[in-house]
Design a protein around this ligand. Structure first.
Ligand SMILES: Nc1ncnc2c1ncn2[C@@H]1O[C@H](COP(=O)(O)OP(=O)(O)OP(=O)(O)O)[C@@H](O)[C@H]1O
Length: 243
């Protein structure tokens, strides 16, 4: 794939966790390109490296070697302040554990990325409320995370990842706590974002109900990407062609 028009370019990414008494190679020479306008899903067994890979892609974890470019920018060589600003503006992340701030209500949680990017609080909360309405939580704006169900908290986390209109959205199991219909609504909303030509989405999922939303599905095993399938026509791309 030509580097023009790429949202993400991962080349030879290696990540080893060193816990003192043992070393775990979570990513072993991973190569993956994601085009602008693409919704890429990552699948594979537990422990194969999916969360590690999206954390590197989102710039929240540094790889040990290899390069990862986001919209042509190599985050690992950026000064840390520039990296923080770049990430705050361009990346939305839905964590597996949601990571909502417990003392802030739903609208306040969702407004955090806007406030970080310099928007006034009242305006940020108005905008956050509109996105919460889109995910079906217009009635729960002032609820604290502890007053919400798991599925509702997950939708707050998704609204927070979308609210500042980032160019890259990275989601770790975004539909795991949602029923079929809500999962479908949330995926349709995420897909709408991915369809914008200067944006991209990467979603880690075990949820077969949402595979049909993907443009391509990359399958991982034991720190490697073992195949990439184009879901529109079922074509399996060899790894050389996927690059
Ligand atoms: N902070 C850490 N310290 C040490 N080892 C880690 C750490 N995080 C992940 N690992 C190990 O790295 C490997 C990859 O983990 P990762 O969380 O990326 O897998 P995953 O495919 O996302 O798994 P799951 O589907 O269960 O979320 C696993 O063997 C895991 O135990």
């Amino acid at each position: 794939m030509n580097a023009d028009g790429l949202a993400v370019r991962c080349q030879n990414i290696v990540k080893i966790y060193d816990t003192g008494d043992q070393k775990v190679t979570a990513l072993d020479q991973v190569n993956l390109d994601i085009a602008m306008g693409e919704l890429m899903m990552l699948v594979g067994p537990s422990g194969c490296g999916k969360t590690t890979l999206i954390s590197v892609i989102a710039g929240i974890l540094d790889q040990d070697s290899g390069s990862c470019e986001l919209f042509g920018e190599n985050l690992i060589t950026m000064p840390s302040n520039d990296k923080l600003n770049f990430r705050a503006k361009n990346v939305g992340f839905v964590f597996q554990a949601f990571n909502l701030l417990p003392s802030l209500n739903a609208a306040e949680n969702v407004s955090v990325p806007l406030v970080i990017n310099g928007m006034k609080r009242a305006e940020a909360e108005r905008k956050a409320s509109r996105v919460l309405e889109q995910v079906g939580l217009g009635e729960r704006l002032t609820s604290l995370p502890a007053q919400l169900s798991g599925g509702q908290q997950q939708r707050v986390a998704i609204a927070r990842a979308l609210v500042h209109n980032p160019k890259l959205i990275v989601c770790d199991e975004p539909t795991s706590a949602l029923d079929h219909e809500t999962g479908h609504t949330v995926m349709a909303l995420l897909k709408d974002v991915a369809l914008q030509k200067d944006r991209a989405l990467v979603i880690v999922t075990h949820d077969a109900r949402v595979f049909n939303f993907a443009d391509r599905i990359a399958e991982m095993d034991d720190g490697h990407i073992i195949k990439v399938v184009d879901s529109a026509n079922g074509t399996q791309t060899s790894l050389k062609e996927a690059l």
